[in-house]
Write a protein that binds this ligand. Sequence first.
Ligand code: SF4
Length: 302
Amino acid sequence: MSWAIKVYTAERWGNTVPCPLRLVVNTYHSCQHKCGYCYVWSLKESVTSRSGFRKALLHDIERGKQYGISSFAVEMSASTDPLQPMEKDLGESLFAIKELLGNGFKVLIVTKNPALLLDKDYCWLLKEPNLSVDVTATSLREGSAEGSILNNNGPSAKEKIKTIKTLIDQGKQVRARIDPVVPSVKNFRGQSEEDLKELVGELAKAGVKLVISKTMRLCRGMPKPVVEAYYDYYKSNGQLLGANYILAADIRRKMLSPIYEACLKNNIRFCPCCDVDVFAGDRISTCSVEGETALLNRDIML
Ligand code: SF4
């Protein structure tokens, strides 16, 4: 492999996480959405395409085929939004998705800009059985004056839910990510129990059948005001895991329980992602996409 296709690394979250062994392609450096809680853009404010990306991707696809891993799912993208506004002009993600699908890989798009999939250059993707779509929406307040740390430059949660419904009506199943769930500390207001329940209810009405969710990890690369506001809280109420602070199990369970309960009530599956440890014995699912390898990320860590 060179650098265009990488193995998704979840080891920093601990060796109990249920993440499938997955490949990842990041088509851009940084992200125009600038979510309040995200380290990606705060470490690198200028957003660019990646020099030599297309050539490196084609090289990695050929290598992947030689090593027999072309049936693995490739997540687009773990460290940026593949459908952020600049994609419309540059098309790096469209190029990558087309090449990956054409060579037998499964592709999972994780985005806050699902409306681009309705564009004339992208809508053919909706017919591709090996393409899965996850849309992230953290709160119905997102995109409003009350959005606080949940705000970003992308479409509001209400707009995204409307698009999710359109996509589902057109026959493409869409999964939702309520990620991260953020505690309220000092001036920053995360989701309340009611916010989360209301959001799951709206996602259910749009036709979503799986919600994936985890609590916010705190890392030093996040925007400085966020680190300053949350550091003492995470230090006193959590533990350092790798380079990130995670909150104590009882707090994480409390933060995610409204989503879990609302999913049960609305007959939606729920995946607690890296917070699986606090849902032992509960009715939870994984985020695996159809037909992807049964190998887990942790299988190659041990
Ligand atoms: S869309 Fe994703 S990568 Fe982009 S700023 Fe938000 S959390 Fe970060």
